[in-house]
Each structure stands twice: as C-alpha cells, then as structure tokens.
Design a protein around this ligand. Structure first.
Ligand code: NAD
Length: 428
C-alpha cells in the first residue's frame, strides 16, 4: 500500500520504517528541515535501537520530504504523527494536529484514509473530520481513523512489529478493510472499534499505567516509614495474575513525553465532559511528590548542599533512549543547583540533548569520571551499564562512599557490605 507519514519523531519515523519493513511504500514528511536533511543524508535524528538498520534495509521503499503534499498526493493512507504536548493548563495542544488536518485537506485528490496516530483526547477524530470538510477544495471522500500507538521508546521497533494488540477505530467498512490490509502481516490481535472508543483506549491505558507507578511509589513510602521492603512487596503483589508484575517498580516517578501529558489530558477531557477524575489528580500529585521526597533524601544524607559536588548517573527519562522530555532528572538537577550544589553528570545517550537544558553543568565521559571527587553519586536512570559498575573503583574515587539510588538497581545489603552509605526507594 502507499502510505504518507506526517511527523518524523519517535512515533512517525518508527511507524514509517516499520510499515516499509511490512512491504509498503512510505513517504515520511516533517516540517523540521534539519531533521529531514539528516534523514536524507542517512543519519537518524533520534536514538532508537534497531531503527538505523531497518531504514538502511528498506531505503528503496522510504522517501523523505518537508512538503506535506508529498505525504498526501498518490497515497491511500496518511498518518498524523505530530506532537500533542501539554498546554500550561494541562490541556493538550492540538494545534499541530489541526494544522496538519488543514494542510491535508488542501491536497486531497482521491479517497484517502487519514489516521490519527498521535495521542489525542476523545472526539479529536470528529474535529479532524470537520476541519478537513471545511478546508478541502473538492468533493473527494475520506475517512478518519483512530489508530493509537503503544510503542515504548527504547524498544519501539519491536513494539511496533510485535504489539500486544492493534487498536483500530473506524466509522466505515471501507476504512476497516484498508486498515486490516495494512497490518495483515502483523499477527497480533486487532481490536476494531469506533473512533471514540479507540481514542479513549489510549488515554485510559497510559493513565492506568501511570496509576500503577504512583500506587507502588506510595507503597514504597509506607515501606520506608514501616521498615518493609518495597521490592519484596511488589514481587508478592505482582505474582497475582490480576495485578501483574509490570509497572510495579518503585522509584522517582514517571516522566517522558507521554505519561505526564496524557494524564493531564485525561484529567482535562474528563472535566470538559463533566466528570471530576479525582483519582488521576492524585496520581499526578504522588508523582510530583516522589521527586521532592528524593531531593529530601539527598539532603537528609548530605545535610547542606551548597558547594557539594553531586555526581548524576542517568539523564534520560528511562533507559535505552536519548529522550529527556519531562525526565525527572531535569527537575532534580534544577532543584539541586538552586540549593547550591555543583553537578557532574553522565548518560550513555542523553547528554547532547541535556546540554541544551543545562549548558552549565559538567558532563563526563563515563561513570568513573562522575564519581571522581564527588560527594555522592545519585542514580536517576536504570541504564544496564550502571548495574555492572566496578563499585570498588567508584568507592575509591568518591570523596565519601555515598550512593543515592532513585531506581533501586543494587541490593542494599551488598552495598552496605562494600562499605557504602546506600539510600534507595522503599527499602533499607
Ligand atoms: P516528536 O516530537 O518526537 O515528533 C513529532 C514530529 O512532528 C516532530 O519531528 C515535528 O517536527 C513534527 N511536526 C510537527 N508539526 C508538523 C507539521 N505541521 N508538519 C510536519 N511535521 C510536523 O513526538 P513523538 O514522541 O513521536 O510523539 C508523537 C505523538 O505520538 C504524540 O501525540 C505522542 O503522545 C504519541 N506517542 C508517543 C510515544 C512515544 O513513546 N514517544 C508513544 C505512543 C504515542
């Protein structure tokens, strides 16, 4: 099939490349000229494991352009994959989606399926439809489909090609048939529903996962106050099939470009529809408090922070990505700097992006350089290379043998045996 992709970020690029891998012809468009220049020269604008190989393998089936017209004309299915960030009041900024809908309308030349892949509040498909109707220049027919994306950065290619399910929200038999044909090589279950239900599935899923994280973080705080061990509690809970062990990892809270904004958007749309989703408001509050409690933990360990050197390991919002959007590290580093601490940091992939946020902290080539002459090491992202650190070497390099671990990657007893003051989340 012939497919147009609008927005070449984590979702759009992965979608385009994976659809080419499934045998389709794809035109990927972005209005960021730098991004397209990079892609045309064979460089990836983002770090996503496996994506570079797949682009090379399918390069004859993928074209890149900065012109939306190229994504529309001659293509049967057009994916909208632009960002939907939060406005300051928590509502989603749908201006990118609206903009793209208007542009698509201009170039409609035959029947097309417009797919909203971006995460959007319920009723957005209706708005896209109204917008295209309003701006289209001729009488061609079209369908708007909701096909939310569930990929995770770091494992995006695998998640796209082997998803737990594919959700397809349609209002016509014709669109349903085309979408099922598009994905026929993927063997996962396909849930075909109406567009509103599809839109809600995405917000409800992300909000539920965020709820699980905040729940275990709240339990971690009770563990700390009572002397229990949250890792043991989570194991005991997670083995119950009704609960499941995923997303029961206590830490410094969720971040990233999805959970915070999707929880905000779900609270906002619920309110707009006349329902006060107070549970989600609390999920958000617990998440924010978790970062504050972690900063307090650092202060409780080091006492004053003025002129102390704090070594940070991990900047990305989670491992295996260079994405720092809404990363807890940004909030924590900002707060530590305000309290007068000097920051040294290392991350395997996210330092280039973090330099734009904090140009004035010291970036190191490896974790050992971070530890050297620092007053403590603070772990903010659970990259697997941190689990394999030579801890004796770290201990010798530090001014004081202190590790404050926001991701529970080490065993407290082992760390104490090694002579560390080791503070983590929800366990002693
Ligand atoms: P992103 O910011 O990485 O990419 C969006 C891209 O759209 C950017 O490259 C931007 O330049 C481009 N763009 C914006 N306006 C444009 C226009 N008018 N014409 C052409 N291109 C335009 O965002 P992302 O992380 O890929 O997320 C996209 C959407 O998918 C969001 O709604 C997000 O919530 C959702 N989503 C993201 C993930 C994830 O893990 N990142 C997972 C599932 C769903």
């Amino acid at each position: 099939m012939r497919v147009g992709i609008i927005g070449c970020g984590y979702v759009g690029l992965t979608t385009g490349v994976c659809l080419a891998e499934l045998g389709h012809r794809v035109v990927c468009v972005d209005n960021d000229e730098e991004k397209i220049k990079k892609l045309l020269s064979g460089t990836l604008p983002i770090y996503e494991p496996g994506l570079d190989k797949l682009i090379k393998k399918n390069k004859n089936k993928i074209k890149f352009s900065t012109n939306i017209k190229d994504a529309v004309v001659n293509n049967e299915i057009i994916f909208i994959c632009v960002g939907t960030p939060s406005n300051p009041d928590g509502s989603p900024d749908l201006s990118y989606v609206e903009n793209v809908a208007r542009e698509i309308a201009k170039y409609l030349d035959s029947y097309k399926i417009i797919v909203e892949k971006s995460t959007v509040p319920v009723e957005t498909a209706d708005w896209i439809k109204k917008t295209i109707e309003r701006y289209k220049k001729n009488n061609v027919e079209f369908d708007v489909v909701s096909n939310p994306e569930f990929l995770r950065e770091g494992t995006a290619v695998h998640d796209f090609l082997y998803p737990d399910r594919i959700v397809i929200g349609v209002e016509s038999e014709k669109a349903k048939k085309s979408m099922l044909r598009l994905y026929q090589k993927i063997k996962s279950p396909k849930i075909v529903v109406d567009t509103k239900s599809a839109e809600l599935i995405k917000h409800a899923s992300n909000s539920f996962l965020a709820t699980k994280i905040s729940f275990i973080n709240a339990v971690a705080n009770i563990c700390e106050l009572s002397g229990a061990d949250v890792e043991k509690v989570a194991l005991g809970m997670g083995l119950d099939k009704r609960i499941g062990k995923d997303f029961l990892k206590a830490g410094i809270g969720y971040g990233g470009s999805c959970f915070p904004k999707d929880v905000n958007a779900f609270i906002w749309i619920s309110e707009k529809l006349g329902y006060d989703f107070s549970l989600l408001k609390e999920v958000k509050k617990i998440n924010e408090r978790q970062r504050e409690l972690f900063i307090k933990k650092i202060e409780d360990t080091l006492w004053t922070l003025k002129d102390k050197t704090i070594g940070i390991l991990g900047l990305s919002f989670k491992p295996n990505t260079d994405d720092i959007r809404e990363a807890p590290s940004i909030y924590i580093i900002k707060s530590l700097k305000e309290k007068g601490a000097k920051i040294k940091a290392y991350d395997p992939k996210a330092m280039v992006k973090m330099k734009q946020v904090f140009p004035d902290i010291t970036y190191c080539d490896n974790p050992y350089e971070v530890a050297k002459n620092s007053d403590c090491v603070v772990i903010l992202t659970e990259w697997s290379e941190f689990r394999k650190l030579d801890l004796k070497k770290i201990k010798n390099l530090l001014n004081q043998p202190i590790i404050i671990d926001g991701r529970n990657i080490f065993e407290p007893q082992k760390m104490t045996k090694l002579g560390f003051v080791y503070k983590c989340i929800g366990r002693k």
